[in-house]
Design a protein around this ligand. Sequence first.
Ligand code: SF4
Length: 506
Amino acid sequence: MIGDPLRHAMPTAEMAADDSRRPDLLFVNPPSPDGDTWIRCQHRAGQRAPDGTVWPQTALAQLAALFPDREVAILDAAARRSSWQQFSLELERRPPRWYVTLVAGPTLESDLLGVALAKRAGTLTVAFGPAATPVALELLQRCPALDFVLCGEPELTLRELVDAVDACGPGPTPDACSSDDGQICHLTPGLTAIRGLAWRRDGEPRLNAPRPLIPRLDDLPLPRHDLLPLAAYRGPAIEAPAAMIVTGRGCPGRCSFCLKHVTYGHSVRLRSPEHILSELGFLERLGVRHVYMQADLFTVCREQVATLCRLMQAEGPRVRWSCASRVDTVDGELLQLMGRAGCRRITWAIESASDMLLWQNGKGTRADEIDRAIALARAAGIECWGSFLIGLPGETDETVPQTIALAKRLSLQRVIFELAVPRPGTPLWAQAAGRGWLRQGAHWADADVCGPAILDYPWLRATRLEHWLERAYREWALRPGSLWSQLQHLAPARAAASLGVGLSHT
Ligand code: SF4
């Protein structure tokens, strides 16, 4: 592999070119589809990362931790900036028995290319992720090289699958288990019983019964962060060497656009503060200096966060950390605790200046809560970023400028404007599909918050939404004092184009 000087910066067990071992399981983040930086994540939607953020692959590390009895490796080809040719050669040189990859919507084509290359190298192939779960059968139909899809929470399903197949020895393959001549080998009943699994039987994709959620997240082993190229994970929001800790799964909110509906419904499960603290200690020993606290909603439970902060403070905060939150789930005391425990930044999910839009789309926060939360965070020494959505149902040419004006008025250190995107499995998808709001010719896999827009309202066309996205960044960038920092959010070509348009229009 070439082109990644960070790869050897830390001792890591990540798959290395001179390592001759053939892993039983290889957990894979494939190369970039187009040379840009892309985010694939089990806990958020996949998207292009115009600001260059290389996102920690904690979901792969969590899966790897389920196999202490096997030879496991993680290949984060995207973080290593591997080319597809290098990736293919590496797979052929040391094909694993199992190739496990996270599928995201906007990277779907390249994700499935990775699967095809792995199959050509003779591996069993597995996909998972919130983008794969609602369309598992479609994926199996579309990609003959894909053997299995893990629907919902992937950890226990994968463990049962590997145990069931490998119990048959090295010979059986899924093809042998579900051959076209109708022969079903003795393994098939075992596969049928694995909840949450999509697979092929007699060549036909089939979906088993859903898997219940893991009752206690503390029962999961700590993710194998040591297998990840931690020094490569960086971006405006995370400072290398960086890692992501998943503090909980699920959120009671009902935001119609949120991907949490796909895997967690309305459930919420939290890890204990002590369990999170032990993961922090592990990361510190690996040299990590920045942690992103990932949860569908980090501050969903005040008691969990407050206790965690007190424990961190008692030990002396040694890592900086950041998180995302919503403005109605914090108070001054909690924010003070967070600040003293090392929280450096909160990205507030503000979405819109319109209370009506927020209520109509299930968010339920109010504009007047925003100023309060931001003032309290600043008083606690915490930097504030804001994220905004353009194009939720009900959006108009009048509401978008209000949102842009709000972003400017709040004097946030950084803003993130994104297009509202309907994803399969979310209420917004059902609404958009039912009312004919999907752009003609658009496919669910095209859904990317950076565009192109796939929502297309009769009163606000997709091209208009794209115009507003560009304009939002342009207006923000042209605020005095924030021009150059905010241009980092745009890919170079778009940044130049945007600036050009902006200047010609002012
Ligand atoms: S607050 Fe809304 S967007 Fe955030 S995790 Fe909960 S449901 Fe999703």
